[in-house]
Write a protein that binds this ligand. Sequence first.
Ligand code: URA
Length: 424
Amino acid sequence: MIDIIEKTRDGRPLSSDDIQRLVEGTVDGRWPDYQLAAWLMAVVCRGLTEEETFQLTGAMAFSSGRPEPLGLVDKHSTGGVGDKTTLVLAPLMASLGYPMAKMSGRGLGHTGGTLDKLESIPGFQVELPLETIRRQVEQVGVAVVAQSRDLAPADRRFYALRDVTGTVNQPSLIASSIMSKKLAAGTPHLVLDVKVGNGAFMTDVEPARELARLMVSIGRYYGRKVTALLTRMQQPLGWAVGNAIEVNEAADCLKGQGPADLREEVLALAAELIHLVTQERVATAWQRAATALDQGKAWEVFGRWVRAQGGDMAAVERGLPLAPVHRVWRAEESGIIRQVNTRAVGEVALILGAGRHRLDDPVDPAVGLRVYLKVGRRVAAGDVLAEVFAESEDHAERALKTLAGTVEWGDPGNVPELVLGRVS
Ligand code: URA
């Protein structure tokens, strides 16, 4: 391990045997935390070559064998505020005949996790045995479950260390972490949603494009079909931020209602996945996906999916209940929204109790907010800017106070498109 650390420290490339040893010792516990942390810091300072990154990802992905894929298509988002696309995209893909099985993580910090959102549906189970998942994917065409502990176990150890040693933000480490889990799950077609903006991990387009390129090349190296979209996260996606409130909004989208940007993003991702599977033109694929959504086919599959995982679909149909203290924020005067501090909006959800600071913190499914803050929106005095659903007056008060500081007013000039770029 000392030899491996020294090589990376000095900018000498690791052989694939070195990388195999590094990953094996990480999984079996042979290498202590301090040596792994030293190596991770060496990577941050010196970087890894593309070839080293490919080898590292493969070693992490396949350390427990190569399982049969569960689904045909998969999606990964680098995370943003109000991102509930999986809840719509998964049943939509299934309704078109492309099964989607997704292993997902829990949310940490200001971005919520898909599992937390799903668990706000009474009875919904995310821990399922592999055989049950397999049967469900066959019968319903969709499953979203908690990531198995056997999936890329080296990543779990690396990630925990990166989180506490200032070594998260390095392209090879991020790309290998994300792609090792995707390769380990075995799905042949993958769309990556790389978020860019002040509510995302990556705030600028160029570094995001570089990360996307690296992830797409890793996928291709291992024979997977991968496309990445760079999507704007300079405001929350849709209106709802929270758990139950996001499920309600996803249900609206599945019924042809709800915010336009959520629908636009779901259809863009769906079209890319269909194109990867069928080679059909992206525009035709988009049309097919839009028709399935509009005809209620995805909504029908959503119902079957929720019931298959034990969820109370009648509760979703009624609209999941929200927290009792409902407060509205209205504009005091007219103006145009120039900028939204998206991260701060995510932090409001945290204040309300919808997110977590530590992985074992509980989340409150019923709290959350709807923010009608879109860059370029013209607002008149008295217009509703946000609604807060809190458990107490005190929480609602703090949330509204923080929200008031999230908007800058003025002319934003040209407002960028939702999809900022594509890497394939
Ligand atoms: N998500 C991951 O799974 N890994 C990273 O390194 C960053 C985001």
